[in-house]
Design a protein around this ligand. Sequence first.
Ligand code: 6PG
Length: 251
Amino acid sequence: MSPTSRETVQVYPDADALTLAAALDFVLLAQAAVAERGVFTVALSGGSTPKRLFTMLADEAHGALAAPWEHIHCFFGDERHVGPEHADSNFRMANEALLSRIAIPAENIHRIRAENPDAAQAAAQYETELRAFFEPRGLVRDGFPRFDLILLGMGPDGHTASLFPGSTALEEKQRWVVSTWVEKFKTDRITLTYPAINHAARISLFVAGADKAAMIHEVLVEYKDTPRYPVQFVQPVDGEKLWLLDTAARG
Ligand code: 6PG
């Protein structure tokens, strides 16, 4: 972690408390960014904990946790190699839980066109779309997008976004988005790369449930200073890495 970055761990009693904390944090970050420069950029994630957050944000869209959706641009950190109607689609999950339930302009939703049979082409198209958004607005640092917030989960194998152990995507230093073969699932995925993730102002990692406790121990305790799992190379260049855990995951 660079000297201008920090890593924080917050532990909540259960997934509901974690979700509430995440929702509050999302809304406050969005309000501050919109007040400062009129726009808030967030990369959404697949996974079960983000889904709970999306549902809460939609339920609260007219309540105390109302976010300034007309000024929020939603991107995706990764996508499965399927169309937007597919049960495995991260877009479909986010759309059903949140995006279709709030007053957000269609042009503020930037999904990965993973219905493209060529995953590498889908990745390149998404990078083009990201560049067209971030570059003219000056929302870049060292040639990479400066997301206000990137939401991530962590798999029991230590993967995050679609950065899986042993995959070539882990080595990417130039591109913002790549396709990557995931041997475990015998499929391609499309994912933001480390440099694209690590230039964000805030990276929030949601991890809940006892099945994550062993990996959390390895990542935050045992191999803290000798990183070996993909999630450990999420290291903001000039930003904050915030872990939101429940006690079951904390072990
Ligand atoms: C995906 C996610 C992936 C996910 C983790 C954790 O597309 O599957 O981006 O990285 O966040 O696998 O998922 P859970 O929160 O469901 O355990």
